[in-house]
Design a protein around this ligand. Structure first.
Ligand code: NAD
Length: 361
């Protein structure tokens, strides 16, 4: 049966960067007989405008029927003042929870052609290849109670709850151990066990589970030290596994080690193999509609989708090679542009990747 992909362009630069990934999909379906079809759905601010909610039921239902979801990005100043439950980002949280996408895989890989784009010295980041495995459906972003209340003395108090159960910790840790066993075999679990009981349990459960993976070396690190080590000596890490909020922050930090937030894809996986794939960056409203956004993170997200949810490893490799080729050819969007390189727009970059891809068949 033909597999279906749901595409959710979202807001800001979302539609522009998704267009480039669609060109690749269209090429693969039309010219290479890839047995796949795709359709579009609404999420984020554009869904609020059209249907009054950031994740319409129809989008979630179609996501559930699809083999995988490709997402652009959501959010923007237009929706920052609306009621909290209607904000675009709530759509993202809702689809992650609705599909039970509990594992977020965020590679931080430095393309050697972009070593000079990093703010760190080339010898610190050369050949950097870290995988951050972030827990995505639990922790403080979802814990109840949460809110802002009025205290007796009239001032307001904001509160959130950090909560992790053993099963939530085990299932994300398993993903990290399994990913590490296919890489360099090292997991660093990041927590704040010296202060937060929820992560004291996190540390205990992961240490226990490590016995099932004798070939993987486990290390624990406090989050403040991990932030420091990522900047000081990032190549010491292979796989990092951490909580929702720590992973959110550390993966953005790791992304900048590679030079541009516009280069990094991510996968969010459920236990049944279904996944949602998206660039790690946001909707970049400051550059939306200008044809200057970097589409490569989205194109690499499509490659991850084909690899992890559809087992099309050969095609995924070809897409990765095509991205490598355009960088080797000196093509750069504005965010990664450097002297002597050719500055291209979003569309031109997308077209160049399609050409580089077609040269491999
Ligand atoms: P952002 O990632 O959108 O932008 C940060 C900076 O990086 C901006 O200067 C932007 O121009 C640049 N940038 C981002 N993607 C780029 C690309 N592909 N090419 C070139 N430059 C790029 O983060 P932000 O500005 O903090 O947030 C903007 C909006 O996006 C907010 O509404 C936020 O809530 C939302 N957001 C959404 C997601 C998501 O959809 N997954 C993630 C983060 C932020």
């Amino acid at each position: 049966m033909t597999k279906k992909i749901l595409i959710l362009p979202g807001d800001g630069i979302g539609p522009e960067i998704i267009n480039q990934a669609e060109k690749i999909l269209a090429y693969l379906i039309d010219e290479q007989a890839l047995d796949l079809e795709f359709e579009h759905g609404l999420i984020g601010g554009s869904a609020v405008d059209a249907e009054g909610v950031p994740l319409p039921d129809s989008s979630l239902a179609r996501a559930r029927e699809s083999a995988a979801v490709l997402l652009g990005a959501v959010g923007g100043p237009k929706w920052e003042q609306i009621d909290r439950p209607l904000r675009p980002e709530r759509g993202l949280l809702a689809i992650r929870a609705g599909l039970d996408l509990f594992a977020n895989l965020r590679p931080a890989v430095l393309f050697p052609q972009l070593a000079s784009a990093s703010t760190l010295k080339a010898d610190v980041v050369n050949n950097l290849d870290i995988m951050i495995v972030r827990e995505l459906t639990g922790g403080i972003y979802f814990g109840q109670p949460r809110g802002i209340k009025k205290l007796d003395d009239g001032q307001r108090q904001g509160f959130n709850t950090l909560v992790y159960s053993e099963n939530e910790i085990k299932r994300i840790a398993r993903i990290a151990f399994e990913v590490a066993s296919k890489r360099q075999g090292r997991v660093c679990s990041v927590d704040k066990a010296n202060v937060l009981e929820a992560t004291e349990l996190w540390r205990e459960v992961i240490s226990e589970l490590a016995k099932d993976y004798p070939d993987v070396e486990l290390q624990h690190m406090y989050v403040d030290n991990a932030a420091m080590q990522l900047v000081r000596e990032p190549k010491q890490f292979d796989v990092i596994v951490t909580t929702n909020m720590f992973g959110d922050i550390l993966s953005d930090l790791a992304s900048m080690l590679t030079g541009s937030i516009g280069m990094l894809p991510s996968a969010s996986l459920a236990s049944d193999g279904k996944g949602m794939y998206e660039p790690i960056h946001g909707s970049a409203p400051d550059i939306a509609g200008q044809d200057i956004a970097n589409p490569l993170a989205t194109i690499l997200s499509l490659s991850m989708l084909l690899r992890y949810s559809l087992s099309e490893n050969v095609i995924a490799d070809k897409i990765d090679n095509a991205v490598n080729q355009v960088l080797t050819d000196g093509l750069r969007t504005k965010d990664i542009h450097a002297d002597g390189m050719t500055c291209v727009g979003t569309n031109e970059m997308g077209d160049a990747v399609v050409t580089a891809l077609s040269n491999q068949f």
